[in-house]
Design a protein. Structure first.
Length: 377
């Protein structure tokens, strides 16, 4: 497979936006089924797929690592690349998350007559909650992923240096997997740990998810070997898309062997294959204006949709009470949910996310200017 002679441009990749949009859409469907009390009844054709919508988060993780590797070469050209990296990441994530901390406190007070302790608020505000026993989920709904993402950002400089090429990226993936296996084995020597604390650690710990991020690094080094962007290879891309669909089907049906000690890691292979497949063969049915738009607002859509679904609960109940065909009821709820969640996401994207990104850019420009002045003197 040939490569171009053009250096890595760092420009926006449409298929990454599309994958973010598809991931967000899948998580929305998943939570739309599970958040209402009771769970929404599903038609047969939707059941298996909808109940596995949590996999959308795994896709987010793989895409996130790929994106960080892809944009890092441009950031390395700046006077203080790692300071620039952390400033950009903080202002990309924190403003919207802080807004939802406040909104969640208001919502929980009004809807559930509940409050949150100072410790919970501090853990969320400092993004440290993944390291708090039984606090890994955070109190902002769906925010457990934010705790993991921010820890990955914290270790990313080291990981970027260690996973410097395709071979080292593969090696790091397996070392991280082995490390997690060792951590689980060591837990047996601490029988005094509360069973719920142990369960939550095994499910939500940042260490469990590191091998998934590592697969994004492998995908990057396959897509950009030696810092050169590969030309599109439609045949290879189409094959990888087909492989990802097959593996996804096998995974949700329970056909795959548990060779990694956790079936979760098959998800990383499914989405690594899909990412590379769409990178080399961007099918219009998956990579288009709609999915790219959803990808653009995916962070706002991800954080905002659980509350939207909660508030739509009475409407779901009304639709299902009318005795329509189960497929019609489900699709009606889905259309209403997407319409409301996308509207809220677009508002928070424009009013909070976009200004936050601009603040990060302004800070980086200020840091560059200070560095140049210091160098000149």
């Amino acid at each position: 497979m040939s490569t171009t002679s053009t250096p890595l441009p760092g420009g926006r990749l449409g298929f990454l936006d599309a994958l973010r949009g598809l991931a967000a859409l899948y998580v929305v469907v998943y939570h739309m089924v599970l958040i209402p009390e009771p769970d929404l009844a599903l038609p047969y054709w939707a059941g298996l797929i909808a109940h596995n919508g949590g996999m959308g988060v795994t896709l987010f993780f793989v895409v996130s690592a790929f994106s960080l590797f892809y944009t890092m070469p441009l950031r390395l050209r700046e006077p203080s690349p790692w300071l620039s990296f952390f400033a950009h990441r903080f202002f990309r994530i924190a403003p919207l998350f802080y807004a939802w901390i406040v909104l969640t406190m208001i919502r929980d007070c009004i809807v559930f007559d509940a409050s949150h302790s100072f410790g919970q608020i501090l853990a969320s505000a400092t993004f440290a909650f993944n390291m708090v026993p039984q606090g890994q989920e955070g109190f902002v709904w769906a925010s457990w992923t934010i705790g993991i993402e921010m820890l990955f950002y914290a270790v990313f400089p080291l990981y970027f240096m260690l996973a410097r090429d395709r071979g080292s990226a593969v090696a790091m993936t397996f070392w991280l997997l082995i490390g997690w296996i060792v951590v689980q084995a060591l837990l047996a020597y601490f029988p005094a740990i509360d069973p719920e604390t142990r369960r939550m650690f095994l499910q939500w710990s940042f260490l469990r998810h590191l091998p998934v991020f590592a697969c994004g690094a492998i995908a990057y080094h396959c897509f950009v070997p030696g810092g050169k962007v590969q030309e599109q290879a439609p045949g290879t891309g189409a094959a990888l898309i087909a492989i990802s669909v097959f593996l996804f089907t096998a995974l949700i049906n329970g056909w795959l062997p548990n060779i990694f000690g956790d079936l979760y890691y098959w998800q990383a292979l499914v989405f690594t294959s899909l990412l590379l497949g769409l990178g080399w063969c961007p099918l219009r049915m998956l990579v288009n204006r709609v999915t790219a738009f959803l990808g653009r607002i995916s962070y706002s859509l991800y954080l905002g949709h659980p509350t939207v679904i909660l508030l739509l609960g009475p409407i779901y109940a009304w639709i299902y009470r009318h005795g329509w065909d189960l497929s019609i009821s489900f699709l009606a709820c889905l259309l209403i949910t997407l319409g409301a969640a996308i509207l809220v996401a677009e508002v928070t994207f424009r009013l909070i996310e976009t200004p936050g990104i601009e603040w990060g850019k302004k800070l980086n420009r200020w840091l560059r200017d200070r560095q140049r002045v210091a160098s000149a003197t």
